[in-house]
Design a protein around this ligand. Sequence first.
Ligand code: G6Q
Length: 547
Amino acid sequence: MSDFPTIAFSDTAAHAALKGLAASKQWDMRQRFTAESDRFEKFSISSSELLFDYSKNLVDDEVMTQLIASAEQCKLSSAIEAMFTGQHINQTEDRAVMHTALRAKSPSFVDGRDVTPDVQAVLTSMKSYTERVLSGEHLGATGKKLTTVVNIGIGGSDLGPVMVTEALKSFQVGLKPYFVSNVDGADLTYVLADVDPETTLFIVVSKTFTTQETLTNAHAARTWLVEKLGEEAVASHFAAVSTNLDGVKDFGILEANTFGFWSWVGGRYSLWGAVGLSIALSCGWNNFQALLDGANAADEHFRRTSFEKNVPVIMALLGIWYRNYLNFGSYAIIPYSQDLHRFPAYLQQADMESNGKYVDRNGQAVDFETGPVIWGEPGTNGQHAFFQLLHQGTEKIPVDFIAFAKATSPYQDHHDKLLANCLAQSEAMMNGKTEDEVVKEMQAAGVSEASIDQLKAYRTFEGNRPSTTILYKELTPFNIGHMIALYEHKIFVQGVMWNVFSFDQWGVELGKALAKRILPVVKKEKSGDFDASTSALIEKIHQFIDE
Ligand code: G6Q
């Protein structure tokens, strides 16, 4: 067991002050920008690659001071050190949490042992495998070069790689990546219809190598390959990533094509090691290494920067302020970047699986809200869909706008429009539009006074809707790694302050066990004793199939 702190934000001295501030503050953001000439300078953090602008949030000096005090009173600094020094902070599974070791540039210790040589050994074999596949030294069974990689995995063994390979699409130099995750056979069917067995490499990614979806898909893909090319093709067309090396061996994947990782890397934090093999195979080794370097730069920033200038800490504190003091139930992530179209889905898992918990680190049910609903879609698409609710819905939803100053496409005009939309949305959410402005606008357009009277309420926007803009210079592997790691650490800080265990996932384990119990009944292999609703649904499924 570690000496990880167990103080929730609600047990800190700052809590009463924050409650008082939440109840007493009036948020007229236009007025605040006018009154505080240094508001942007105060509430932004910039580096050579990043401008983190949180000035459009519903905070001021007093609120930020108390939020930072709250983090200090929760002993956040010792929690950060406990993670980086390999203490078993994932206490319900008795494990260290060391995904940072996968991208570290200095020794990282777990149970008193430097794990860097192990990490480097796996990275070296991944690099050599990647280079052999990309150069054509490692060929398919019929002597053809491999051109396609199919990652078979789910959850943490899927979402990270799929998100990053999409994000780095403009850096693709190697294999074309495909992903099969769902146990719905449609997923595998569409991918197999698209790929050529002679040039396709399958990577089975499963930390446990017991996950129903992944093994079902992996066995079906294996059967497909064997039907096309024969049993001996498995050796050159299948690789595996797992901590369960016996499971991989039983499946029939060669040890030489097997890449390991460790129990101290959580599934949803695992893209930085062997789980990221599909990223390396599609983007090439140098880009994968740059991704790790970016994440490591964020780790260093997080570990060594004072809370006032610490991006993940500020992100987390804003989230706590909104969730626990202003009572906002969800948080939107809107990347103005098509390349990041899977980022909200990735973050949904990272955040909601980590902090969607109601039992605290003392084993007691919490009496406050923890993880909010995380959701989002890329801009500008979202503008033509759910943004209506962001501007005029009854609940305020804080937004992270993510943008890159430089385009990845050759269409500069498109990119200018993309950025203009991004900035316009955060500006509009903050400023709103007063009734007076609406009336003047309509008068100028020659609308009759009767129509103005009828319509002005609908066209008024109250504003004061908070957002943060995360603006990177350009979309590079380094910056993508950096951004993901910032969010990882934000999640960590919130878990510390909500006093929950962020690195277990008993809800996921529950799902894995439940389906196994119902499966034989669905298959009509045996009968089961379920509630009336479940039994009736099973019966109806059987009836529909038989009709
Ligand atoms: C992630 C979760 C979960 C897990 C999947 C796949 O943190 O534990 O999403 O990644 O259930 O598990 P395997 O990698 O063991 O197949």
